[in-house]
Write a protein that binds this ligand. Structure first.
Ligand SMILES: [Zn+2]
Length: 319
């Protein structure tokens, strides 16, 4: 090997190593997924990102959400494990990339449907979320709706309903009327603790919600939006994250949000500062604040990083 060739090889090795480090630092490997039956022909895929609903009909499959871009192949494999029917539709509960990050890869094989605000958020903000997959190309849904949209397939109906703002400005509740099941997206997070998690007996009932103000979320509208969902006829709930739950679980979650909001709004009324509010959220509700920079968006710190907007909304309500 000549000196020049050796040098070229060495340079190539260094460049490749650099590229590999850059790749491994930005791309996460997909986590393992599992599928479980919810009711009838409805299944739930979970394990990473948001819960995915799989509704099997005689004419094809309807999905609710599609997790991260990196979960695409595994989601298709999980669907294949319960049916040979083709995937036909994907309904997005909202645009965050742990729920709709797979849209780009779904668009060539299925019709993707989202609330018009969810699509508009993707267009205007140019990112589905903040923390997990910066730079992942966005897939824009081809179909949108304002108040309600239904998919009728194989004699079954899946209905998307919009009840207002909450987690974002484009959260859809997906209703399976034949089964009396809803998928809430991140308007509701499963309340049961993770296995092995320590209980927090000294904490008031708190809700680990994330109000995404940058994408139109509202703490005050959240309960009103859930009231719309609670008026539907259902008994079983697929939350955005966490285990399959009941209508009573959702009602309790809604009551906890109201209690927490009234407490914080009361503090603002008493003239407490934003720091007081943040300290309360950290001490009593488990939000992470210490060590969180105000920006850029940082994993684990997203709630805290929206606290200026949260305080502003609490102040606006102080009339
Ligand atoms: Zn979300």
């Amino acid at each position: 090997m000549s000196r020049t060739t050796l040098l070229r090889v060495l340079v190539a090795i260094v460049v490749l190593q650099g590229a590999w480090v850059a790749f491994t630092q930005t791309a996460k490997p997909p986590g393992p997924l599992r599928i479980e039956k919810v009711k009838g022909d409805l299944y739930m895929i979970s394990g990473e990102g948001g819960n995915v609903a799989v509704y099997v009909t005689g004419e094809g499959v309807v999905l609710v959400d599609d997790m991260f871009d990196r979960n695409h192949a595994d989601i298709l494999a999980q669907v294949k494990s319960v049916t040979d029917k083709p995937l036909k539709y994907v309904l997005n509960t909202h645009q965050h990339d742990d729920h709709a990050g797979g849209d780009l890869k779904m668009l060539p094989i299925a019709e993707v449907i989202a609330h018009k605000n969810a699509r508009a958020n993707l267009v205007h903000i140019k990112q589905p979320y903040y923390e997990d997959t910066p730079g992942t190309p966005i897939g824009l849904p081809r179909l949108t709706f304002t108040d309600e949209a239904s998919v009728f397939l194989g004699g079954k109906e899946v209905r998307a309903k919009y009840f207002g703002r909450g987690h974002t400005s484009g959260d859809a509740i997906i209703y399976f009327p034949d089964l009396k099941v809803i998928h809430t997206g991140d308007l509701f997070l499963g309340r049961r603790p993770a296995p092995g998690a320590a209980p927090a007996p000294n904490r008031p009932a708190g809700v680990n919600i994330y109000v995404d103000y940058a994408q139109g979320g509202s703490f005050f509208d959240w309960t009103k939006t859930l009231d719309g969902a609670l008026a539907l006829d259902f008994d079983t709930v697929i939350p955005g994250h966490g285990p399959v739950s009941s209508k009573a679980d959702l009602a309790a979650f809604r009551a906890d949000i109201e209690t927490m909001r009234n407490r914080l709004a009361g503090m603002v009324k008493q003239g407490k500062s934003k720091e007081d509010i943040v300290n309360t959220l950290e001490a009593d509700y488990g939000w992470k604040a210490k060590g969180c920079p105000p920006s850029p968006p940082t994993p684990g710190c997203l709630q805290f990083q929206q606290s200026d907007a949260l305080f502003a909304e609490l102040k606006r309500s102080d009339r």
